[in-house]
Design a protein around this ligand. Structure first.
Ligand SMILES: [Zn+2]
Ligand SMILES: [Zn+2]
Length: 373
């Protein structure tokens, strides 16, 4: 397997010196360029070749049997989080230290590993300030969040930009199926109710055996390639508009962290297959038609299965508050926010109390008006 090879000579990260002053440059969200915070120099990122070729899918069967050319892989030595297991590569002058996902200090990993190179990257469109504003607004709307946390979020550490690893899968499927089509009909029956005879309509289903074929071309089935973030977080960041994917260049990552994939290609494919099977079952039900459908057997041929490894941009904050870890993630493209919402028991208690007092006061006013007091 390509990702089982190790080589301790691989670099931990690349450097992007400014050609004007030599300071470290970083990728500027919202544009295809590196900027130098020291002297303001700007360098466009050169596209690494024709787009259609650069973003082409790789053959899945060849990859699974480790037949892919070595150029499709790269060796990196990621830092490893001993708590959540995230493996993170830092580009340029991105700061090492704490794990971006759980705020635990990271340690040097077991050495360089050979992994599939990303094919595409969706560069950050929102800068840190915009992302933080989106998060602050989201938090500000949560009246029940503890004030201490809001303050922390407002003036606390900066959000960290991290590229999260995904697999995408394409495949053409042809499925033949056997099943049954159900047609609803009604029978009139006579029943006794309260000692009287009544006629009622009873729904019944007549089943007919059917068989047929359906086919579909799947494009870019997206599968999260890491376990560092709970799936409900990353699911909530969807939808991702993949039309902005750029051919991978490490320069897009300058000044950011990139998580290395930890879900193997074949495990990701299992998840993609489950998604495909669900879509195929829906296609078959539609093909069977009628009022009800039963599926007894499906035989699916898959051809042209291919994959890409891509990186998607997420701004995130992970911190500990009163002994608990909290996380916020912001889609680096759309600004959509998702996070854990700690509620303040004090504020909730206070709100309930105010509600009771108001209800009491209203009741008192009502009684006065009625002349009862
Ligand atoms: Zn410079
Ligand atoms: Zn971690």
């Amino acid at each position: 397997m390509p990702n089982a090879l190790t080589d301790s000579a691989a670099p931990a990260h690349q450097s992007y010196p400014c050609d004007a002053c030599g300071a470290e440059m970083r990728f500027a969200p919202g544009g295809g360029a590196l900027i130098c915070d020291h002297c303001g120099n700007r360098q466009e990122i050169a596209a690494p070749g024709p787009w259609s070729n650069a973003l082409k899918e790789l053959d899945l069967a060849a990859a699974l049997s480790a037949q892919l050319p070595i150029e499709e892989t790269e060796q990196r030595a990621p830092l490893k989080c001993p708590n959540c297991g995230a493996e993170v590569v830092l580009e340029g002058d991105a700061h090492a230290g704490k794990c971006p996902f759980c705020a635990t200090p990271m340690v040097t990993g077991t050495g360089a590993q050979r992994r599939f190179k990303p094919r595409g990257v969706l560069p950050f469109a929102l800068d840190e300030r915009t992302a933080r504003a989106a998060m602050t607004q989201w938090l500000g709307g949560l009246w029940f969040a503890p004030s201490g946390l809001k303050d922390y979020a407002r003036k606390g550490r900066k959000l960290q930009g991290i590229y999260v690893p995904y697999w995408t899968y394409d495949a053409a499927t042809r499925s033949s199926y056997r099943g049954e089509r159900g047609t609803v009909y009604y029978e009139t029956r006579t029943v006794m109710r309260d000692g009287k005879r009544e006629t009622v309509q009873v729904a019944k289903i007549r089943w007919h055996p059917v068989s047929g074929r359906v086919s579909r071309a799947f494009d870019d089935i997206l599968v999260l390639a890491s376990h560092a973030l709970p799936k409900h977080y990353t699911d909530a960041l969807q939808p991702w508009d993949l039309s902005g994917l750029q051919p991978y260049s490490p320069a897009f990552l300058a000044g950011f962290a990139a998580e290395a994939y930890t879900v193997p290609l074949e495990d990701g494919y299992d998840e993609a297959r489950a998604h495909m099977d669900a879509v195929i079952a829906r296609d078959i039900r539609f093909d069977i038609g009628g009022d009800r459908q039963r599926i007894h057997a499906v035989d699916t041929d898959i051809s042209n299965a291919s994959f890409k490894h891509i990186l998607l941009p997420v701004w995130m904050a992970a911190y500990k508050y009163r002994g608990r870890s909290f996380r916020f993630v912001v889609n680096g493209l759309t600004g959509r926010v998702q996070g854990e919402r700690p509620w303040s028991a004090w504020k909730i208690g206070f709100a309930v109390l105010v509600g009771l007092i108001l209800a009491g006061a209203l009741g008192y006013a009502y009684a006065l008006q009625q002349g009862a007091l």
